[in-house]
Design a protein. Structure first.
Length: 377
């Protein structure tokens, strides 16, 4: 972790403390520390190695300990607890230009507004202008700020989307009609920004599961409701899609709905060259379904479960079923397709594949090394 990354976190801590209405001296201490860290000439780990962090202006004993823990472990429990104590949608509001944490706190306290969507509605109904210290001009600036971020409104930080998705997941996993449940899409690929939340469930009772999904407490509106697919809007503005399939279809649906467009094109092309066809319903040789034999095992870090059983020996690992789908296509991969290996295998056979597609694939290698960036698509 370099000095700029540390400074970013210190600045974000100051913003979060301001959102909570903490002591202004404490807030300024983090702001000053961030400026000082950003201004140092050596990298931050040099100061830590030589036990000289406290020589940086504004870094006392407490901040010395926090920064050292952050840089050496990559995590800071205090920061994580602080984020967890504030609704994600309220944190999201700090993205709005011309609207600082103090004013967000004031609006939240007086009007109980905690989402960008509700704030925009209040501005358009001329409610914000009536608040003390705001007025018409402030209201217009807030609206301008909302419009500015709306260009990117279809993207949310992974951490924000993951928090929202986990709440839905924990509720759905209690449903006795759901046999298997998993995240899919860009959320499961752990992209830095997420368009919407995708979930896949296997069930023999689609209606009951869909009724439960659109009735969750987190739902602010139902965008669409169908027999096997429904879309809801959450208070933060994020949309969540649930797709239901039979348990036999689950491995194929999960593979298809997790993969990017480019990944699925590559898989379909490979299947065709092997005399097969793959889609979200299965892998076929002619009209015959090639069954993925489930492998039993623990759930290796995936948000995936078979809530009907608490015995880990009866839980089918998402990673295992993914691996079997890929092995049936002659690809010897583990839980996530590594793009560099896929390109190497398929480059000569599928001309449309090139390195410009890197951003759309499952880039587990970069995530393991901490190299993935927003430039990856």
């Amino acid at each position: 972790m370099n000095r700029n990354e540390v400074a970013d976190i210190l600045e974000h801590i100051a913003v979060l403390l301001d959102l909570k209405g903490e002591n202004q001296f404490k807030i300024r201490a983090y702001e000053n520390a961030a400026r000082s860290v950003r201004a140092i000439l050596d990298e931050i780990d040099v100061f830590i190695k030589n036990h000289k962090l406290s020589e940086i202006k504004g870094i006392g004993k407490a901040l010395d300990e926090k920064i050292t823990r952050l840089v050496t472990t990559g995590k800071l429990e205090y920061y994580e607890e602080l984020k967890a104590s504030i609704p994600p949608s309220l944190i999201e509001m700090t993205r709005i230009p011309n609207l600082g944490p103090k004013r967000i706190r004031q609006i939240n306290k007086l009007l109980k507004i905690s989402t960008i969507h509700d704030l925009e509605a209040a501005c358009r109904n001329d409610i914000i202008a009536q608040l003390e210290g705001f007025g018409k001009k402030s209201q217009e600036k807030i609206l301008e700020g909302i419009q500015a971020i709306k260009k990117y409104r279809d993207k949310y930080l992974f951490s924000i989307a993951e928090e929202e998705a986990d709440r839905i997941f924990q509720e759905l996993r209690k449903n006795k009609h759901i046999k298997r449940l998993s995240f899919a899409g860009s959320l499961r690929r752990k992209k830095e920004t997420i368009g919407d939340i995708d979930l896949v469930a296997s069930t023999s009772n689609n209606k009951h599961v869909m009724d439960a999904f659109v009735s969750l407490d987190e739902v602010t509106s139902v965008i669409a409701k169908g027999d096997t697919k429904s879309t809801i809007a959450l208070a933060s503005g994020i949309h969540a899609d649930l797709r239901t399939v039979t348990d036999k279809q689950f491995p194929y649906a999960l593979h298809h709905l997790t993969g990017s467009k480019e990944h699925n094109i590559a898989m379909r092309s490979r299947a065709l060259k092997m005399g097969m066809k793959i889609n979200e319903y299965g892998l076929f040789k002619g009209k015959k379904l090639i069954r993925v034999e489930d492998e039993k095992g623990s759930v290796w870090g995936e948000r995936h479960s078979c809530p009907s059983s608490n015995n880990p020996d009866t839980v089918t690992s998402v990673n295992a079923t993914n691996a079997r789908v890929l092995r049936d296509l002659g690809l010897q991969f583990g839980s996530v397709v590594k793009w560099s290996e896929l390109v190497e295998l398929l480059r000569d056979r599928i001309p449309v594949l090139d390195d410009n597609m890197l951003g759309g694939a499952n880039r587990q290698e970069d995530y393991e090394k901490g190299l993935a960036s927003l430039l990856s698509g």
